[in-house]
Ligand binder design. Structure first.
Ligand SMILES: [Zn+2]
Ligand SMILES: [Zn+2]
Length: 490
């Protein structure tokens, strides 16, 4: 699911339409490179009402004719208000091991595959007892469930609409309902719904862990018309969809919003600013969901961290291919694994070899004293399963990968990074689990008390050879679909 936002370009005043979630883009009119200013919270959008209060009486009559509301005598008052919804999206990973009950595992239905964005697959098909399910996922739910309660979610109706940034100064006249489910509560709700969405029962496994990674939360204000009607016995309020005029519900009483509550009054700003190199002032290239930018004028590399640009060293791994090399960004971690119950630590490739299933065989050529190094794609990839498989293969191999000493990045062949460090860190336990791959009781109990601590983290670009629609890892020789590494289309 993707939303489009219509905002005004600060340089030329033209409507600068862009997909939700992008950080930077080019104004289609004046070609200024723009960035959405981050105020450290979450973005709020609004879908302006399309139904005018003058249309409401007819819609009420229609609802009565259709038998949806009855006993209404006359419309007394009509107000338009905006109900907030949380919208969240990201990658879901459900890791599970050792079935404790004899119930069949959910199988993939070959004849009825899931929608293309739901790449659901077991990592170890042959051993379903230790697997990770991964998918890109999005969801909406009410951020003020008490108000216009029957309107539970936005479903797909918002998908085709263009949203506007909610700026309280521009919407001073609008009746905007307060957010009663704060972000922390929203995160909890999202995890519960996500768990149900994975269609997995946690209690069936002696180990399970759900991670929502690269996730984003924002608010969408949706228009609702309330027609307060005089009924045979008191008042009834008819709620209408502010976009299409459809009947939502008829609720007894005339209080649109509880007497103790009030309309939202807090300030909320949205602004676009220019996106320029902090070193030389040249326009940086717009990069959609990217958080890392390369200056084509002074060859400096920048990480956008909230509102700050932080200079990054240019690090790539040495490419073996002469041509057609595509560079994919990875977070490179050196890390320790720890059993927090027993205190046992795993710090070297040799120690990891003892922990990983078949490790003595797979890691026999690796110097046992090497630190444990993990590479995780720095992408919110469209195919979360492919990203996880790729990470599992690279991390499972523990191969020493040589750095290149490049002065300039071959920009055209670089893919932008979109997964912040913190999110990549959250993915470490998922990948560690996937790499270890054991299902014996002792290891399963280790999963339950496993802590992953990174001692260093840096962004490096990993070379792949481009072969048609596939990318081939030059160190380990396996393939990954180019499309799966592209940004998601939720
Ligand atoms: Zn412009
Ligand atoms: Zn520059």
């Amino acid at each position: 699911m993707a939303f489009y936002i219509s905002a005004r370009c600060p340089e030329c005043g033209a409507p600068a339409r862009h997909p939700e979630g992008v950080f930077t883009f080019k104004c289609p009119f004046c070609a200024s490179v723009l960035r959405i200013k981050d105020d450290g919270t979450f973005l709020k959008y609004i879908i302006p009402a399309r139904i005018s209060p003058a249309d409401a009486p007819l819609a009420v009559k229609r609802a009565m004719a259709e038998g949806k509301a009855g006993g209404l005598k006359s419309v007394r008052k009509i107000i338009t208000f905006y109900k907030p919804f949380w919208y969240c999206k990201g990658m879901l990973f459900f890791a599970y091991a050792e079935e404790v009950l004899a119930a069949p595992a959910p199988l993939m239905d070959e004849n009825n595959p899931p929608p293309p964005h739901e790449f659901t697959a077991a990592i170890r098909d042959a051993e379903p007892a230790a697997a990770v399910l991964a998918k890109s996922w999005s969801h909406t739910f009410a951020a003020n469930p008490g108000l216009a309660a029957p309107l539970l979610s936005l479903g797909i109706q918002a998908e085709v609409l263009t949203l506007e940034p909610y700026d309280s100064e521009r919407y001073t006249e609008a009746l905007v309902a307060p957010i009663t489910v704060d972000k922390t509560a929203a995160e909890k709700t999202a995890m519960t719904v996500a768990m149900n969405n994975m269609n997995m029962e946690r209690k069936r496994y002696s180990y399970s862990r759900l991670n929502f990674i690269g996730e984003k939360y924002f608010i969408i204000y949706y228009p609702v018309l309330a027609a307060v009607c005089e009924a045979q016995d008191g008042h009834t309020t008819v709620l209408l969809d502010g976009i299409n005029g459809n009947f939502i519900a008829a609720v007894p009483g005339k209080e649109i919003i509880g007497e103790t509550a009030s309309w939202e009054r807090s300030t909320s700003r949205f602004s676009l600013i220019t996106h320029r190199c902090p070193n030389c002032g040249h326009d940086l290239e717009p990069g959609g969901f990217n958080i890392v930018f390369y200056c084509l004028s002074c060859f400096s590399l920048w990480l956008l961290d909230g509102s700050d640009y932080r200079r990054l060293p240019k690090k790539t791994l040495k490419s073996a291919a002469i041509q057609e090399t595509v560079y994919i960004p990875f977070w490179r971690f050196t890390l320790d694994l720890e059993n927090t119950v027993s205190g046992e630590k795993y710090r070297t490739a040799g120690e990891l070899a003892k922990l990983v299933k078949g490790g003595d065989l797979y890691l026999r050529g690796i110097p046992p004293g090497n630190p444990i190094v993990f590479y995780l794609p720095a992408l919110t990839a469209s195919n979360a399963t492919a990203a996880l498989k790729l990470a599992t293969r690279i991390c499972g191999a523990q191969k020493e990968l040589p750095y290149d000493d490049m002065e300039e990045l071959p920009y055209a062949r670089f893919q932008g990074a979109s997964l912040p460090l913190e999110e990549a860190r959250q993915m470490l336990p998922v990948v560690a689990f996937s790499v270890i791959g054991r299902t014996d009781r002792k290891t399963v109990s280790f999963y339950n008390s496993m802590a992953v601590r990174d001692t260093s983290a840096e962004l490096v670009w990993y070379p792949f050879e481009e072969k048609g629609t596939m990318l081939v890892d030059q160190f380990l020789g396996f393939n990954v679909a180019k499309r799966g590494m592209a940004p998601p289309d939720y």
